[in-house]
Design a protein around this ligand. Structure first.
Ligand SMILES: [Zn+2]
Length: 240
């Protein structure tokens, strides 16, 4: 069914969409994100995204005050479960193939409780930094003996500087304002020899998650996962 979106396409700005799916959520009182949205496909460019009424500011508040990633035991990103630890170790090894210099300045944007930073540290990387909107997550990372700052792509910590490698591991699919995010990523990446590492969920990842009785769409899902690169384990996209 064709219609006009609430939120214009984050890629081309188009408003005409095909509604693919209607998603509803049961949320806690005071939750800043929408309790439902349509998953739509842009008629002009084919991009599939969550047509949510939530704004960039709503997302910022959600990740600062309602972040599920603060819970070390029940969410991904901390490496507390065997499945999550293996996933983060695999990602760290992929990054180590691409970044040979162990003194390279590396940023994990949306670092949660620092599981990936810890895996990178165990591989010998010495110049690591995490950024997360949740002060609780940042404190958890610091307890690991690693550097972390409170912030986001839309609220960079003061004097954060530039990095040889900027990691966005399972972050972009939660970003509402892709255009501003891209500008921040560019600002954070050294123009000479710097690179970014992007990892997003794909069909294979979703299948794995579903087997663990988890949800594939959440209130904070802003864009959807690519359909084609599912053949690549963990949906690895490398842009370096
Ligand atoms: Zn579009």
């Amino acid at each position: 069914m064709k219609g006009l979106s609430v939120r214009n396409c984050p890629i081309c700005g188009g408003a005409e969409v095909v509604i693919l799916h209607r998603q509803k959520f049961a949320l806690l009182e005071g939750h800043p994100l929408a309790d439902g949205y349509d998953v739509v496909c842009c008629v002009r460019c084919g991009f599939v995204y969550a047509d949510t009424t939530a704004t960039k500011e709503d997302y910022e508040r959600f990740y600062a005050e309602f972040s599920k990633y603060e819970d070390r035991q029940f969410t991904s990103g901390a490496g507390e479960t065997p499945w999550d630890a293996k996933r983060l170790q695999d990602t760290a090894r992929q990054i180590a193939v691409l970044v040979a210099n162990k003194k390279a300045r590396i940023l994990d944007m949306g670092c949660a409780n620092g599981g990936l930073l810890k895996s990178l540290s165990q591989l010998g990387f010495q110049n690591l930094c995490g950024i997360d909107p949740s002060p609780v997550c940042v404190e958890n990372v610091k307890r690991l003996g690693l550097e972390a700052r409170v912030g986001s792509l839309f609220n960079l910590p003061a004097e954060i500087g530039q990095f040889d490698c900027v990691i966005l591991s399972h972050v972009l699919e939660h970003v509402q304002d892709l255009k501003s995010a891209t500008q921040s990523i560019s600002q954070l990446t050294k123009s000479e020899g710097g690179g970014i590492y992007v990892e997003v969920p794909t069909l294979l990842f979703i299948l794995t998650i579903r087997l663990r009785h988890s949800r594939t769409l959440t209130p904070s899902t802003s864009i959807t996962f690519p359909l084609r690169p599912y053949r690549t384990c963990w949906g690895l996209w490398v842009i370096l």
